[in-house]
Write a protein that binds this ligand. Structure first.
Ligand SMILES: *Cc1c(COP(=O)(O)O)cnc(C)c1O
Length: 232
């Protein structure tokens, strides 16, 4: 394709995805890391199956949703056509939705309280297998935000390992909008390291390259792939 054609090509979720993948790989190499060590979670919240399909067709398989009910409305049908989809829950989970969440999601990034941990244990006792789990940390200690306070994380992880026998894979954070994200990413990395956790879910459309420089293993990118949303 001629250079001009490429420049004038319409921007779509597919072309934006390719751009994000390129930047992700460049950021990883820049940090001396293997690009394959960073999982790109395409955050498809608010977008319907029609918008998601082209991205599936070019091979993206890892997706993030923040609401159980919304995910239930579009993913079961898509999963029938693409058997290897990996679905990540990145939004807060109410305990009365745990059963439904377990049926749909492969990974949960928002384990953030004892009540939720106990609800997971209860479902496991009834025969459910638990998803891969990240503990959400409120690194900015913001009142309105979900997640454990940094000072609470060590005890919580210890309870997961001990009392509840829940395997935690890593930590997740959403930095405050008006602060330097690298400080929060570094804090999350430090808490993970002292707890022996290897996975870090951090970085969104505006800061995923920074997050990769700070050690992110999972970046959650929505609008940079699907375009802007009418609600968060
Ligand atoms: C919406 C959302 C994202 C993606 O945000 P973008 O800025 O669109 O990339 C990432 N993480 C969480 C928890 C979200 O709710």
């Amino acid at each position: 394709m001629a250079r001009n054609d490429a420049a004038h090509k319409e921007e779509t979720a597919v072309t934006r995805l390719a751009g994000v993948r390129q930047k992700l790989a460049a950021a990883a190499r820049e940090a001396g890391r293997d690009p394959a060590a960073v999982t790109l979670i395409a955050v498809s919240k608010t977008f319907d199956a029609e918008a998601i399909l082209p991205v599936l067709e070019v091979g993206q398989r890892v997706f993030g949703e923040n609401r159980v009910q919304e995910a239930q409305g579009k993913w079961p049908a898509l999963k029938e056509h693409f058997a290897d989809i990996e679905l990540h829950l990145i939004g807060p989970l109410q305990t009365n939705k745990v059963k439904e969440a377990l049926a749909l999601f492969d990974v949960m990034h928002t384990l953030d309280r004892e009540k939720l941990a106990r609800a997971l244990v209860k479902e496991r006792e009834k025969g459910a297998s638990l998803p891969r789990l990240f503990v959400q940390v409120n690194t900015g200690e913001e009142e309105q935000k979900a997640g454990l306070l940094p000072a609470e994380v060590d005890d919580f992880i210890a309870s997961c390992k001990g009392e509840w026998q829940i395997e935690v894979e890593g930590l997740m954070c959403i930095p405050p909008v008006d602060e330097e994200p690298a400080l929060h990413f570094a804090l999350l990395e430090k808490i993970a390291r002292r707890n022996g956790l290897e996975k870090l879910s951090m970085g969104m459309s505006g800061d995923y390259e920074t997050a990769i420089a700070c050690g992110a293993t999972h970046v959650r990118v929505g609008s940079a792939i699907f375009g802007s949303r009418t609600r968060p």
